[in-house]
Design a protein around this ligand. Structure first.
Ligand SMILES: CC(C)(COP(=O)(O)OP(=O)(O)OC[C@H]1O[C@@H](n2cnc3c(N)ncnc32)[C@H](O)[C@@H]1OP(=O)(O)O)[C@@H](O)C(=O)NCCC(=O)NCCS
Length: 182
């Protein structure tokens, strides 16, 4: 029986447990493929095959064992509707720093504050781990999320022309951001 949507209730934000269950891997693959298909510039070209999406999630799931990566998921009635990652720097001169990566929310539930909740939870967990500086980049093009990071108080640094291809193959400048955590 399909899970009913409970979006009139708050989503649950939690750390993705590892080893990652097959059903969570499947939910993450659906979210990633849907986001790329909708134009999100998050490291892939459209169409992204199911098998390539699975290879990606299995690879980052392995990183969870080392403790250098944190993956958060937002669930609505158990179903994954959003995710965000924190890649912790392991080199001795950069352990105060981490990168926010792969923030994405299902197209059907955007503009309801889910990504804001995910990123603020990531920030809290980053602080707890002694991280004082967050960095990230997004696309300057239609596949990017500049308005989102501006709204969350991230500072824009600049961008590199043609840094990556948007999902449709068009080269786009990236937009580099940082935030100092109090
Ligand atoms: C960017 C993304 C994660 C935002 O998710 P979301 O849950 O819809 O974001 P929120 O509802 O928390 O938005 C918070 C604020 O960001 C800004 N914002 C978010 N999406 C926006 C958009 N498409 N256009 C303009 N402003 C936007 C708004 O100020 C918004 O507040 P408001 O809705 O009260 O106006 C989502 O659009 C997405 O998954 N995009 C594709 C993936 C991607 O580009 N990720 C970023 C690269 S790592």
């Amino acid at each position: 029986m399909p899970t009913p949507s409970l979006l009139d209730q708050p989503v649950d934000i939690e750390i993705l447990a590892h080893p990652v269950s097959e059903s969570d891997l499947s939910g993450l693959c659906i979210l990633l493929r849907e986001s790329v298909h909708a134009g999100a510039s998050i490291g892939f070209l459209d169409p992204l095959s199911e098998s390539d999406a699975l290879v990606y999630w299995r690879k980052v799931a392995l990183d969870l064992d080392g403790g250098h990566r944190l993956i958060l998921v937002a669930r609505d009635a158990g179903r994954i509707v959003g995710t965000a990652q924190l890649a912790l720097e392991s080199r001795a001169n950069g352990r105060h720093r981490a990168e926010v990566q792969k923030v994405m929310v299902s197209t059907s539930v955007r503009r309801r504050g889910i990504a804001s909740l995910l990123v603020s939870d990531l920030e809290r967990r980053a602080r707890e781990r002694g991280v004082r500086l967050l960095v990230l980049d997004t696309s300057e093009g239609p596949g990017g999320a500049r308005a989102f990071y501006d709204a969350l108080g991230y500072s824009y640094v600049g961008g590199i022309p043609g840094y990556a291809l948007d999902p449709d193959g068009a080269p786009a400048r990236n937009a580099i951001y940082f935030k100092e955590l109090a």
